[in-house]
Design a protein around this ligand. Structure first.
Ligand code: COA
Length: 325
């Protein structure tokens, strides 16, 4: 039977065309065999296993490389199939669902956040020396059971900067009548978890080594991916860093997490040409930072001086050693 002769409304035909389905292959359950929208959706669901309007393909399972003359069987290593490209299935149905607890908490926090007059300040940081240092220390940290990323350095440098600029580690009361300078540097890190965006914090960074911070981030990441971050880890933050660069962005416009007064977003580290002090073009590892601060209590000059200090620790990581307690 040809599609043209199949009984179906124009909307159903369009849905079939949009999903590359031949109407002749679909069994109609309507009157006189008429094909209904549900028939198309059921057909699609059978083909793809989809139950939602958008279904993402499952992660590919590792497949074993076939032994060849060059690779003896005992050296078999799992080879990952190419990364799955999400297969989007258009079903034409709007879907409404209630916000979950985490989303509701985000609505509340972000609504309060946008009452704060934000100002932005951006700069770039040359991490060439830090990239070298981290690659030297990564193996050592691993031998002690800890994954060492760049975050512990970013967080420690922020804490050293906050010692000089305590107004950035402060909070303002609701009526904006008083400011409290927080003693501890409880530095939050925005975390992309299966539950959505969460911001656990590393407590008392001022007393921790880079290694201690890495260990703590490992713990928080493990809890975050298991959906087990608890109230103690998620509250009492005093300053936040959001490493959006680990996912891929270069610039961001971060939103302050009340009652804090400042936040920094870190872009991806890129290898770019830059001039050195002898006017030669060199390969450099560059990262952009985007700060947002509460303009009621922080001015641009303070933000700029803090950012310069933070940047100088990261550009000359050996200087951090001098100032560590
Ligand atoms: N540029 C380039 N590479 C980066 C990077 C950056 N800015 N940040 C991290 N990386 C690298 C790490 O060094 C690591 O590489 P490695 O395997 O060679 O060590 C790799 O990316 C993965 O790092 P990750 O596991 O993400 O650790 P992290 O300590 O750098 O970051 C989190 C931890 C929690 C911040 C991060 O996992 C995350 O969730 N980021 C998203 C934050 C977010 O959603 N922000 C938006 C808020 S609105």
């Amino acid at each position: 039977m040809k599609d043209q002769k199949t009984q179906a409304t124009p909307a159903v035909r369009r849905l079939a065309i949009e999903n590359n389905i031949k109407l002749s292959e679909v069994v109609g359950t309507g009157q006189d065999g008429r094909i209904l929208k549900e028939d198309i959706l059921n057909f699609l669901a059978k083909q793809t296993g989809a139950i939602l309007p958008y279904e993402v393909q499952k992660t590919p399972t590792p497949v074993m490389a076939k032994p060849t003359a060059d690779t003896p069987p005992k050296e078999k290593k799992p080879v990952m199939a190419p990364p799955a490209i999400p297969q989007l299935v258009f079903t034409g149905i709007d879907r409404t669902e209630p916000l979950n607890g985490f989303q509701k908490a985000m609505v509340k926090t972000m609504t309060a956040a946008l009452k704060i007059p934000h100002f932005g300040y951006c700069d770039e940081v040359d991490l060439t020396q830090l990239v070298r240092l981290r690659s030297e220390l990564k193996g050592l940290a691993e031998s002690r059971g800890v994954k060492l990323s760049y975050m512990p350095f970013f967080i420690k440098a922020a804490s050293l900067g906050l010692l000089q600029f305590p107004v950035l580690n402060a909070s303002v009361d609701e009526g904006c009548q008083s400011i409290t300078y927080k003693a501890s540097h409880n530095i939050g890190l925005a975390m992309d978890t299966p539950q959505g965006l969460l911001v656990p914090n590393v407590k008392s960074v001022q007393s921790l080594s880079v290694f201690d911070i890495a260990e703590e981030i490992n713990r928080l990441q493990a809890l975050g991916s298991a959906g087990q971050l608890g109230t103690a880890d998620l509250t009492s933050g005093t300053f936040t860093l959001s490493n959006i660069g680990s996912i891929g962005g270069t610039f961001a416009k971060p939103v302050i997490l009340p009652p804090e007064v400042a936040i920094g977003a870190l872009g991806k580290i890129q290898v770019l040409p830059r001039f050195n002090s002898r006017d030669e073009v060199v390969k450099a590892h560059i990262m952009n930072v985007s700060w947002s601060a509460d303009h009621r209590v922080i001015d641009g000059a303070t933000m700029s001086r803090f950012s310069n200090l933070w940047r100088s620790y990261l550009e000359n990581p050996a200087a951090m050693v001098l100032d560590l307690k």
